[in-house]
Design a protein around this ligand. Structure first.
Ligand SMILES: Cc1cc2nc3c(=O)[nH]c(=O)nc-3n(C[C@H](O)[C@H](O)[C@H](O)COP(=O)(O)OP(=O)(O)OC[C@H]3O[C@@H](n4cnc5c(N)ncnc54)[C@H](O)[C@@H]3O)c2cc1C
Length: 402
């Protein structure tokens, strides 16, 4: 049976796992990243991830240090304004609130890119690094912590010993379960449809989130493609309605899409498949285990509101990379319990606050009853109408206060 030794084993080659592997390798660690599903790196291929990710300011700083941003930047659409709008019964926008990066002294909030393209560029970056390797298809089957390392059994029977294991293996994390770390999970009876549209009008760097019932409908800027304006859509609805929308014939869906979009960006046309994602919140009780750190969706899942999910994940990863580098440079063990419990303390509070905040926003966005919808509209007016509150909300969204 083969046996391999690495500094750090990353379980999971999603966007979070790939970002972690590149950042750790750039910091000089030897890294092995494994994933049971080979990365799908084109929009059209089966299993392609048609979501997009808005990387906010601090995430870009991490991606630069990891040597990834240089590859992603040419494909990114800038995000200048976050527009929140409340739609009335008739499908017209009643309240529109713009949150402009310029107001907090920034040119932009960040950049948006399609997930399949992010994976393509991150896989290429890992391939160019001599101290990083991506193995797929390959899963972590079992883990055994030892005093001086953690032993992982992979799906081909090979064994890998690492000083530190990063669990980036998603919301149903094998590693979290194997180590018996409890997680609280709750649902909303809601699903999200993710797809791409072409639009009659340019987005001009404005991301628009429209609230009516069932959940938010968000249009996020993408770069123009083949001379056409493009946007990524996340349409959250009650589960049954989302499945009905996903199964609709193209002309019927086209009508429903344009009615829900309230004319934002002019006429929209579906430009990709429709993918359905279940919406849940989840948070692990601890982010550390023996020689193990939980990051990204293995540690926390939130509904896709305010581009928080992966940005929280990159904060986990950046924190861990810094702690591991510091320990190694000081000649200490970078998988020691004190370091991992420090990681837990540094990240868990911010995660709990954000999960609670996004949970509340999602419940407000789902509101059906007219009185609750009026309350939501009043809340949006209040948040937007008071300068300090408005600027505070923008800074919080970018990652301040954690
Ligand atoms: C509809 C939608 C839209 C979103 N939009 C945004 C956004 O705009 N901005 C933002 O910041 N966030 C957004 N998010 C959240 C963001 O997509 C997630 O935070 C991110 O995808 C999580 O990445 P991950 O790598 O943790 O999980 P995943 O992408 O699920 O990756 C986990 C990986 O682990 C692998 N794996 C599973 N088991 C094992 C095992 N035993 N061994 C090894 N590997 C394993 C899986 O194959 C998978 O590739 C959105 C989420 C949804 C649902």
């Amino acid at each position: 049976m083969e046996r391999e030794y690495v500094d750090i084993l990353v379980a999971g080659g999603g966007v979070a796992g790939l970002s972690a592997a590149a950042g750790l390798a750039a910091a000089g660690f030897s890294v092995l990243c494994v994933d049971p599903v080979p990365p799908v790196t084109t929009a059209e291929a089966a299993g392609s991830d048609l979501r997009s990710t808005a990387f906010l300011g601090p995430s870009i700083a991490y991606l630069e240090r990891a040597g990834l941003w240089q590859r992603l930047a040419p494909h990114a659409a800038p995000l200048r304004v976050m527009r929140l709008a409340d739609a009335g019964e008739t499908g017209t926008l009643r309240t529109v609130a713009d949150f402009d990066a310029a107001e907090i002294g920034m040119e932009l909030f960040g950049y948006n890119l399609p997930n399949w393209l992010i994976r393509r560029e991150m896989v290429a970056a890992l391939e160019s690094l001599p101290n990083a390797r991506l193995l797929a298809p390959m899963r972590v089957e079992a883990v055994t912590p030892r005093w001086n390392g953690i032993l992982a059994r992979l799906s081909d029977g090979a064994r890998v010993t690492a000083h530190l294991l990063l669990a980036a293996d998603g919301r149903d994390s094998t590693v979290r379960e194997a180590l018996g770390i409890p997680a609280r999970r709750w649902g909303y009876g809601q699903k999200a449809l993710a797809f791409t549209v072409t639009a009659e009008q340019p987005h001009e760097g404005i991301s628009t989130e429209i609230h009516r019932t069932g959940g938010p409908f968000t249009l996020v800027p993408l770069p123009d493609r083949d001379g056409l304006h493009q946007a990524a859509v996340i349409w959250m609805e009650t589960g049954r309605k989302a499945l009905t929308l996903a199964a609709m014939e193209a002309p019927e869906f086209d009508a429903a899409l344009n009615a829900r979009a309230c004319g934002v960006l002019g006429r929209l046309a579906l430009a990709s498949e429709r993918r359905v994602w279940p919406i849940i919140s989840q948070v692990a009780d601890r982010l550390d285990g023996p020689r193990t750190a939980l990051v990204a969706e293995a540690a926390h899942v939130v509904p896709p509101i305010g581009a928080q999910g992966l940005n929280m994940s990159l904060r986990d990863i950046a924190t861990l990379v810094d702690l591991a580098r510091e320990a190694r440079d000081a000649g200490r063990d970078f998988g020691e319990p004190a370091l991992l419990s420090r990681y837990h303390r540094m990240r868990h509070r911010d995660i709990l606050l954000r999960v609670a905040g996004i949970d509340a926003l999602n419940r407000a966005a789902m509101a059906e009853a007219p009185r609750l919808r009026d309350l939501r509209r009043a809340g949006l007016r209040l948040l937007h109408g008071l300068g300090p509150l408005r600027r505070g909300a923008m800074r919080l969204g970018l990652g301040a206060g954690g």
